[in-house]
Design a protein around this ligand. Structure first.
Ligand SMILES: [Zn+2]
Length: 148
């Protein structure tokens, strides 16, 4: 009985503590809006994903999605990268990591004849050239949310 009540209270506490850094919140919100606009049911209150700005990631890693079977998936964004990034770079990075954490997507390195990445889920700058900007954003988001 003691164990049972401990377990119950522990679970309740976990549900209430899904953390998203306030600097990341507007990008999480955009992810919901853009996904729902494209017919997906994106709802962070149904599938929890946490978001942290981190100063412990290696300099070469701008972001990461951490899977943990006992906790919500967690997006880590490199604080140094964040502090030097513009709005489109931040959106690209958060959406890429949420592509892993929320959409459960793997990397996709398809490129066109000019070497430009076809998906924001590409694995890095060494495989194709990222071209995410105001003009191309809409096509990339179509690919991100509608690839199935
Ligand atoms: Zn990735």
């Amino acid at each position: 009985m003691v164990f049972l009540s401990f377990f119950t209270s522990c679970q309740k506490e976990e549900e209430d503590s899904v953390f998203v850094d306030e600097k990341l919140q507007q990008y999480f919100q955009r992810f919901e809006e853009e996904g729902n606009f494209r017919g997906r049911n994106i709802d962070f209150s149904l599938i929890n994903v946490e978001g942290y700005l981190s100063n412990t990631l290696e300099a070469s890693i701008s972001g990461q999605c951490q899977h943990d079977p006992n906790h919500p998936d967690r997006v880590l964004i490199n604080l140094t990268f964040w502090n030097h990034a513009d709005d489109m770079e931040k959106e690209f990075l958060v959406f890429h990591e949420l592509g892993h954490c929320y959409l459960q997507r793997a990397h996709l390195d398809t490129k066109d004849s000019r070497g430009i990445c076809m998906s924001i889920m590409h694995s890095g700058a060494s495989v194709c050239r990222n071209n995410y900007n105001n003009m191309t954003r809409s096509n990339y988001l179509d690919e991100l949310f509608n690839q199935n």
